[in-house]
Design a protein around this ligand. Structure first.
Ligand SMILES: [Zn+2]
Length: 273
């Protein structure tokens, strides 16, 4: 083997080890992307015979952790703002009202594991409504073995949407179900009861993909009669009215900043031309 190459690999190995050591010492939590970077770098290195020798585990070695994971939920904050950990824990302890106290671990960037004392407590929380904290949705998923490989795809929540501007005689369950098809997944439809003061809109509970711009309206027709209907999202959190997506407010919108910059630049060009 080329001695220069071999020596470079050994150096790289030392560097990679020191990176891991530094990360371990500085914080218990570090971004998963950094973890992957380190693993990728190590794959390129020559391993010593000691390193190549595998460590065999028995089921009993991971039994306790597996049982905990089975009683847990993964929670992903949808947005870039890092929540206050103690504030999140205390707020959820108050609103979830589980029979026994649950524990929370921060396991990545805006990523948490909630470990419950029982399946009953876990399913109670999972079966509840959409949760949010500090204007960001907390997306919950039941734990499974490779869940951390799929975190990026967890972008949907269940939301109630009011459908306004319908002719009164079109307000039926069937109309609600057909309009609900516009969304990812329709879960429920409510039409106003006779005598209700909120008698002018249909409500649909739908699964929404927060990674896509929200629908604001749609066009419906019955023979020659047609109408634009408006969607109003109940308790919408962290919505940017500029680009129409959830996860940041207008003042933090990158698209708005980019557009403003472009307009300023084109304005400058016009002025100088
Ligand atoms: Zn925006």
């Amino acid at each position: 083997m080329d001695s220069k190459l071999s020596s470079c690999s050994a150096d790289a190995c030392r560097v990679a080890r020191s990176v891991i050591l530094e990360v371990d010492l500085r914080a218990e939590i570090y971004p998963i992307s950094m973890e992957h970077d380190i693993v990728d770098k190590l794959k390129l290195l020559c391993l010593s015979s000691e390193e190549k020798g595998e460590v065999s585990l028995e089921e009993i070695d991971v039994f306790k952790s597996k049982k905990e994971c089975e009683r847990s939920l993964l929670g992903k904050m949808f947005g870039s703002k890092k929540p206050n950990f103690a504030g999140l824990r205390n707020t959820l302890l108050n609103i979830w009202q589980t029979k026994e106290v649950f524990s929370v671990r921060e396991i990545g960037q805006n990523l948490f594991q909630f470990v419950f004392a029982s399946q009953e407590d876990k399913l109670k929380v999972l079966g509840g409504k959409s949760w949010s904290f500090e204007n960001q949705y907390l997306i919950l998923r039941e734990w499974y073995d490779n869940i951390l490989d799929h975190v990026e795809s967890f972008t949907s929540v269940d939301l109630w949407i009011q459908v306004w501007n319908l002719p009164y005689h079109w307000i039926t369950m069937e109309t609600g179900r057909k309009i609900g098809i516009k969304f990812e997944n329709i879960l429920d439809v409510l039409i106003p009861k006779l005598g209700s003061s909120k008698g002018r809109c249909i409500k649909v509970l739908v699964e929404i993909d927060l990674a896509k711009p929200l629908l604001r309206e749609t066009f419906i027709k019955l023979r020659e009669e047609s109408r634009w209907v408006d969607f109003k999202y109940e308790n919408l959190q962290g919505f940017c009215s500029y680009c129409g997506v959830v996860g940041h407010l207008d003042k933090l919108c990158q698209k708005k900043r980019d557009d403003t910059k472009k307009n300023t630049l084109s304005g400058d060009n016009l002025a100088s031309g």
